[in-house]
Design a protein around this ligand. Structure first.
Ligand code: PLP
Length: 406
């Protein structure tokens, strides 16, 4: 039933047959956003051609159909992600909004001197909202450092817990280093010490299914656009009793029980946190992406991605002056590097002339850049639809950089 043929899978993504400046597109910016399979594109087209209506409000046929599709998307995601019965799944704009929703909800909970544990590998989305919350409440941020190979220093992380620790927030997979953190073990450790746990899953789901029941974090966030689905939609899974005790993040239509001039009462989650018309088509596209991903043999996918990473790393390291960041065992196929002779922006620009799309800059992880003592890196991030020919084109383009800046 499950299969994985890298060549056949590539044909499922129409954009990958594009040419850029007369050269075949080599898309290695999957950490920023992933491409969409035809199946997702067609699901959106089908929705807008046949079912489009606002949800939860209409008695007419189309509205009922759109409501069923939206609610059905939630049910499908809950099932595929193995969301425990104690948790609810809220549609949001993406990981950033999911984390802001949580920090907003905790603002009245935290007291001066309470502690929030983060790591040095967080994306700004899982850093800045906590920093702002700390400034608002007088809470203190504490940071766990990394080992030389880019792994989280788990002993240091564990040593940061004190009786004042209220929250531990960490990424499951680093968007810069590719490091995979042991999310379930970390969550168990933090929860045993009475801390709330938020896991940023933005870079985890693109590389394989995630079992949220096994992780059992209080909050888990991810973005649709990074899992082969549309942008503008994402998910926050949260423990229902915590969510329902939080003030709503936004207020307005669809999230109320009763509104009168005297006051308003709010619904429970998920509606409590879905004020206004949600991204209906986005949720439907996200569910379709999960249906697509479900058909893949993920053991074979992971092997393929790992082979691409090894191939690219080995070839890149043959080039003089290359420093690769992150070599944690079993890391995800994300390759960040610095080239002694050229600024990352020049690397990215030259690669672009060869049709090779990579990301350059601080990757929304400036504290990590400071920690690594570099202003920026170049990053090639792979997905299952990439091929060894893509790796070869990337390496050829890097050789051009070497010749140019020598
Ligand atoms: C680890 C991680 N967390 C959070 C985000 C933010 O995601 P979004 O911009 O979709 O909200 C990203 C995006 O790159 C990411 O890589």
């Amino acid at each position: 039933m499950f299969s994985f043929d890298p060549v056949a899978v590539r044909a499922d993504f129409p954009i990958l047959s594009r040419e850029i400046g007369g050269k075949p597109l080599v898309y290695l910016d999957n950490g920023a956003t992933t491409q969409k399979p035809r199946r997702v594109i067609e699901a959106l087209s089908r929705f807008f051609s046949n079912e489009n209506a606002n949800i939860h409000r209409g008695v007419h046929y189309l509205s009922r159909e759109a409501t069923d599709a939206y609610d059905g998307a939630r049910d499908l995601l809950k099932e595929r992600l193995r969301v425990p019965a104690s948790h609810e799944l809220i549609f949001v704009r993406g990981t950033t909004e999911a984390i802001n929703l949580v920090t907003h909800g905790l603002a009245s909970e935290l007291r001066e001197g309470d502690e929030i544990i983060l790591t040095m590998m967080e994306h700004h989305a899982n850093f800045v909202p906590w920093q702002v919350l700390a400034q608002q409440t007088g809470a203190v941020l504490r940071f766990a450092g990394l080992r030389d190979n880019g792994e989280l220093d788990l002993e240091e992380w564990q040593s940061l817990f004190t009786p004042r620790t209220r929250v531990a927030a960490f990424t499951q997979v680093s968007n810069v280093l590719g490091t995979i953190n042991p999310a379930a073990a970390m969550t168990a450790f933090a929860r045993e010490r009475g801390a709330l746990v938020l896991v940023d899953g933005a870079q985890a789901l693109p590389h394989g299914p995630v079992d949220l029941g096994a992780i059992d974090a209080d909050f888990y966030a991810f973005s649709g656009h990074k899992v082969f689905a549309p942008d503008g939609v994402g998910v926050l899974v949260g423990r229902r009793e915590i969510l329902d005790a939080m003030p709503p993040y936004q207020t307005g239509g669809d999230m109320i029980e009763r509104v009168s001039i005297a006051g308003t009462t709010f619904r429970h989650s998920p509606e409590r946190f879905e004020a206004g018309t949600p991204n209906i088509s986005g949720a439907i596209g996200l569910a379709e992406a999960f249906r697509y991903l479900e058909g893949l043999d993920w053991v074979a996918v992971n092997r393929h991605e790992h082979e691409l990473l090894v191939h690219a790393t080995e070839e890149l390291e043959k080039i003089d002056g290359i420093r690769v960041f992150g070599s944690a065992p079993g890391k995800a196929a994300i390759l960040s590097y610095h080239c002694a002779s050229a600024h990352p922006h020049d690397v990215g620009t030259i690669l672009d002339t060869e049709g090779v799309a990579i990301r350059v800059g601080h990757h929304c992880a400036q504290p990590l850049m400071d920690y690594l003592k570099v202003p920026a890196t170049a990053r090639a991030s792979f997905s299952f639809y990439n091929s060894h020919e893509d790796v070869e084109a990337f390496v050829r383009a890097m050789r051009k950089v070497e010749r140019f800046f020598g």
